[in-house]
Design a protein around this ligand. Structure first.
Ligand code: ADP
Ligand code: MG
Length: 647
């Protein structure tokens, strides 16, 4: 891999004395390098501008450092990067006032060594000509200019005392010319003679768009084009307003993440969010400022977005920068998956700029960074929870999906999050796992010392079951996230002797078995007959009939979907967890018949017509409560009720 970062030393391309110069001929074994650059890099050829502007930034920052340590003498003047288009001459020029290059340095950095990267690239990717995308991330630094130019010139004057200006020209074959240059001021111009296939890069709007994309936060001002400004000249009577043209500055050289969190207020973070996403209407919930320089360099600001109920998850909102140069906004593999739902910016010098995505994902630094971000996010959430529980609770409905996703995908995050993971009950009260245990263990522990946590996914639809549970003094949670099934499973493995059960998945006495089941208290023959009567009235593939001795107060008949069945269904629907082998789980229910209920007991005293009628009504009512009475059965049911009203 080629060294990239500013700050890893100036002699990043150490001159290797083994390489002998072939004057007048670029030292590269592959003669066909230029056609390959053009052909291969076609898919993402716009990155040439990022590469050239990054080089100009590097040259400027190097000069600043040299000046600071006293190696560059004199005033530096205004340091900026200028981009100029000349449509007639068909040139695009990138100019800087950085440290410049001597003839020797052009030889060393441009002619000789620069090709090692290209050569390696050619060897590695020769057979993958058809693949797109690789190259954009690989990049070829300076030589990517040949993706869009038939001829490239360098005019440079080094900051070194007594340096002579140098001129280098290369017409896209391995031959180049080098001689005296014309620059009178320190710095470098890279002049691209745009080829016929790339007219777009002579268009102002296109170049501005690219500068905005890659250079929005570069640390050196980038000038492109001009804008009009009104200035007042003269004084008093003679004062005049005058319109003048001033260079337009494309970028914000000191974005928020380059500053220290202590110097920033909440409005700064909000303002920056607007700057990043001018088209977003939502305010973020809160932010995390990453500010690390050891053991690796990592800066950034991540925002927690408001997650909509419908889970329209917006990935790819995080932008990745390397030293303020935009790299990508698809951060999968770099940022842990569950955090790709966050918004914001990450900047690290330790992220290699010019490599393929797969390389990036395998990079050790990138992995460490990913782990670190996870830890930071967990710490921040814990801090918010401890310092301001009220607003933490207020935001919980919007943040919980991300937290759940994180808990399910990252063991370390799970451990941390169990401290601040909240469960909301049917009255809107939030409790931690610990608090919920406290609140429920007296009432909701069953005869086998299992603690049963009841939940509803829909307060409205499961109203009857919720009421029944609350009458017994139980807390009913509201768990309506798409990850509920997975989450409950995961929590059950973590917590001891604790189970989740949806409040309508069985009659309450069955959900929490406070005591042993009461015996049926029916002769076997009668029981069999009762079961047969009920079975004859329903689709036996969908409904499994069960006789139970519940209390007299419980419903005569109830329809339930057992917890286990539903969880399997939900998990297989959401995917993951090895559930695929279950395929599509069919809907099936338990139809529990309360043999202790007077209406059930009385069935044997009725004749067949009366009995079927009563069963029909009781079954339909049970179905109705579960929203399962639909279509012709519902029409029929309504008609029967109307008939009754008529007497
Ligand atoms: P990299 O930037 O990764 O080193 P490049 O191919 O982009 O690779 O550039 C090669 C080298 O050429 C740079 O390291 C630098 O020494 C020199 N160089 C390129 N552009 C400039 C410039 N505008 N001013 C000074 N030196 C430059
Ligand atoms: Mg470069």
């Amino acid at each position: 891999m080629r060294p990239q970062a500013i700050g890893t030393g100036f002699e990043r391309r150490r001159y290797d004395s083994k390489h002998r110069f072939t004057m007048g001929r670029i030292n590269v074994s592959a003669d066909n390098i230029f056609p390959i650059i053009k052909k291969f890099l076609y898919s993402d050829h716009e990155i040439f501008l990022r590469e050239l502007v990054s080089n100009a930034v590097d040259a400027t920052l190097k000069l600043k450092t040299l000046s600071r340590i006293g190696e560059a003498k004199g005033e530096l003047g205004e340091l900026f990067i200028g981009i100029k288009l000349d449509k007639e001459a068909r040139t695009l020029t990138v100019s800087d006032r950085g440290l410049g290059m001597t003839e020797d340095e052009v030889q060393r950095y441009i002619n000789d060594v620069a090709f090692s990267g290209a050569e390696e690239f050619v060897k590695q990717y020769k057979d993958k000509a058809g693949e797109t995308g690789i190259i954009g991330h690989f990049g070829l630094g300076f030589y990517s200019a040949f993706m869009v130019a038939r001829k490239v010139e360098i005019q440079s004057l080094s900051f070194k005392e007594g340096a002579q200006p140098v001129h280098w020209v290369c017409e896209g074959s391995p031959d180049f010319e080098m001689g005296p240059g014309v620059r009178t001021e320190r710095g470098t111009d890279i002049i691209l003679h745009i080829d016929a296939d790339n007219d777009e890069f002579l268009e102002e709007y296109r170049v501005r768009e690219l500068l905005k994309k890659y250079g929005r936060f570069l640390p050196v001002p980038v000038h492109f084009g001009t804008r009009e400004e009104t200035v007042t000249t003269g004084e008093g009577e003679t004062a005049q307003e005058e319109k003048i043209q001033v260079p337009e500055v494309i970028n914000n050289p000191t974005p928020i993440w380059t500053k220290s969190p202590g110097d920033l207020g909440p409005e700064d973070y909000q303002k920056f969010y607007r700057e990043l996403y001018p088209f977003s209407f939502d305010e973020p919930l809160f932010h995390i400022h990453l500010h690390v320089d050891y053991p690796f360099d990592l800066n950034g600001v991540l925002y927690f977005p408001r997650i909509k109920r419908e889970m329209e998850l917006q990935k790819n909102k995080i932008q990745l920068y390397q030293n303020q140069v935009f790299v990508t906004d698809s951060v999968e593999g770099i940022v842990p998956d569950f955090l790709t739902l966050l918004h914001g910016v990450i900047d690290s010098r330790d992220i290699p700029l010019n490599v393929s995505r797969s390389y990036l994902q395998a990079d050790g630094n990138v992995k460490k960074i990913s782990g670190h971000i996870t830890k930071k996010v967990a710490d921040k959430l814990e801090e918010l929870f401890k310092n301001d529980r009220e607003s933490f609770e207020k935001n919980w409905d919007d943040t919980s999906v991300i937290v759940q996703y994180g808990m399910l995908s990252d063991e370390k995050f799970f451990e941390k999050a169990t401290k601040f993971y909240l469960l909301k009950d049917s009255e809107g009260k939030y409790r931690t796992l610990e608090e919920l245990r406290e609140a429920t263990q007296a009432v909701q522990t069953d005869k086998d010392e299992q603690l049963i946590w009841l939940y509803a996914s829909d307060l409205h639809a499961q109203h009857g079951a919720i009421e029944a549970a609350r009458e017994k003094g139980c807390v009913v949670l509201q768990l309506d996230s798409p990850l509920t099934a997975h989450m409950n499973d995961r929590l059950e493995r973590h917590l001891e002797k604790t189970r989740f059960a949806r409040v309508d998945s069985a009659p309450i006495d069955q959900l929490i078995r406070w005591a042993d089941d009461k015996p049926l208290d029916l002769p076997e023959e009668t029981a069999d007959q009762l079961k047969q009567w009920v079975e004859s009235m329903v689709d036996s593939k969908r409904f499994q009939v069960k006789l139970e001795a519940l209390s007299e107060a419980a419903a005569p008949l109830g329809v339930h979907q057992p917890e286990f069945m539903r969880r399997m269904r939900e998990m297989s629907k959401m995917g993951g967890g090895g559930m695929a082998m279950f395929g599509d789980f069919p809907e099936s229910y338990e139809l529990s018949v309360n043999a202790a209920h007077p209406l059930v007991k009385g069935l044997s005293d009725l004749n067949e017509t009366e009995r079927n009628h009563r069963l029909r009504e009781m079954i339909d009512l049970a179905l109705l409560q579960q929203n399962l009475l639909t279509g012709p059965a519902l029409t029929e049911f309504v008609r029967r009720q109307l008939d009754k009203i008529g007497g």
